[in-house]
Ligand binder design. Structure first.
Ligand code: NAD
Ligand code: DAU
Length: 351
């Protein structure tokens, strides 16, 4: 094996797509999937590649420095792609400390381990930190987030991600750790946990349950197909300028209400329902506390300097996503039981 690369959070939504891409595309890399398997981690996401000779799973909690250090003693790691995080804004509002522990302390522990194990030789090493557009705050109407936009995080989730970004840059400046950061917009696609808007709405439409829309549904997000995010991560990992930041986005802004209406239309067609039937399920509920109005990413640096661009339109990506969820009912029903049922009850019951 030429290189050993640790991908943290590889059992989660985006991480599993990154692991799959790297395992299949780079047979001479050893890919170590480091994941604590929280409620959001699911090894079922990786059944198709779990027996490949260049793939190994390690159950490690990044909040535990000793566990992280042991992994770096076991493997001769040359690259880290760090996705492990608590990722759901609503959960960060009810339980912020979980986010501070995983996203801030966990990232610091990984940085400490890389500095300790790489300090004699930083050649051909890279710590790649995966971040979010939410660190830049909320846009009103015009304008886009660029790489130099000032940080203005407004939820416990985005504040914890912003803190981790600052730590990564501080370790680069102080210890010369070779790092790169990318900040991506909202992802959608197969394997997304049904607490996030699109898979939650899919599941409710399918089961003819109310689709909860926060506030007036006017908030805007910039949606990117998860496989295009994984492709961007591959491009950046192999071609980035050390110390730089790259924004990743689909130039694909949708008001929540319009997106949900499109999803309803696609699902009416695929489920042979009468036109307009699923839209009747739309239900406006109490808004999210501190709900950011609009995110929009300018990804021209990544496009112009590294040649990446999205491979699918939103309509194609959303169609593929709906097909995947329809074909993988067991995956969804394994999740939409037990602990998820309790979460759903407490999140939406009083709205
Ligand atoms: P996810 O919640 O689906 O997956 C997170 C993964 O991290 C899970 O497998 C979980 O088990 C693991 N994990 C959590 N705590 C851990 C710990 N203490 N130790 C080890 N593993 C732990 O998240 P996602 O949506 O795939 O997001 C992945 C990353 O991408 C996150 O860093 C997130 O901030 C970032 N991001 C997400 C989006 C998006 O739209 N989902 C957009 C931009 C950036
Ligand atoms: O922008 C990138 C971020 O996108 C990532 O960093 C986060 O990890 C990821 O979770 C996502 O955050 P959002 O808060 O934008 O995603 P979510 O799917 O939770 O919500 C999308 C929009 O839909 C948001 O405006 C809130 C709204 N919403 C969400 C849910 C779950 C609803 O109206 N109803 C809902 O039930």
């Amino acid at each position: 094996m030429k290189k050993t690369i640790v991908i943290t959070g590889g059992a989660g939504f985006i991480g599993s797509h990154v692991v799959r891409l790297f395992v299949n595309k780079y047979p001479d890399y050893q890919i170590v999937n480091l994941d604590a398997l929280t409620y959001a981690g699911n090894l079922e996401n990786l059944v198709d590649i779990q027996d490949k000779p260049n793939y190994v799973f390690e159950k490690v909690d990044i909040v535990n420095q000793k566990e992280v250090d042991s992994l770096f003693e076991k493997y001769k790691v040359s690259g880290v792609i760090h996705l492990a995080a608590e990722s759901h804004v609503d959960r960060s509002i009810t339980n912020p400390n979980e986010f501070i522990n995983t996203n801030v302390i966990g990232t610091a522990n990984l940085l400490n381990a890389t500095v300790k194990h790489w300090k004699d030789n930083f050649d051909d090493k890279l710590f790649y930190h995966i971040s979010t557009d939410e660190v830049y705050g909320s846009l009103d109407d015009g304008g886009f987030f660029v790489e130099t936009t000032s940080y203005d995080p407004r939820s416990p989730y985005s504040a914890s991600k912003a803190s981790s970004d600052h730590l990564v840059r501080a370790y680069h400046n102080t210890y010369k750790l070779p790092v790169v950061i990318s900040n991506c917009s909202n992802n959608y696609g197969p394997n997304q946990f049904p607490e996030k808007l699109i898979p939650l709405a899919f599941n409710n439409i399918k089961n003819k349950k109310p689709i909860p829309i926060y506030g007036k549904g006017e908030n805007i997000r910039d949606w990117l197909f998860v496989i295009d995010h994984a492709r961007a991560i591959d491009t950046i990992f192999h071609n980035c300028k050390i110390g730089d930041t790259y924004n990743i986005g689909g130039n694909n802004e949708w008001q929540n209400i319009d997106l949900i209406k499109l999803l309803c239309k696609i699902m009416d067609e695929k489920l042979n329902r009468a036109e307009g039937e699923s839209e009747k399920l739309i239900t406006y509920v109490t808004d999210r506390a501190g709900h950011d109005l609009r995110y929009a990413i300018d990804s021209s640096k990544l496009q112009n300097e590294l040649g990446w661009k999205p491979s699918v339109t939103f309509e194609q990506g959303l169609g593929k996503t709906v097909d995947w969820y329809l074909e993988n009912e067991q995956w969804l029903s394994n999740i939409v039981s037990g602990a998820y049922a309790g979460y759903y009850e407490s999140q939406y019951n009083n709205r």
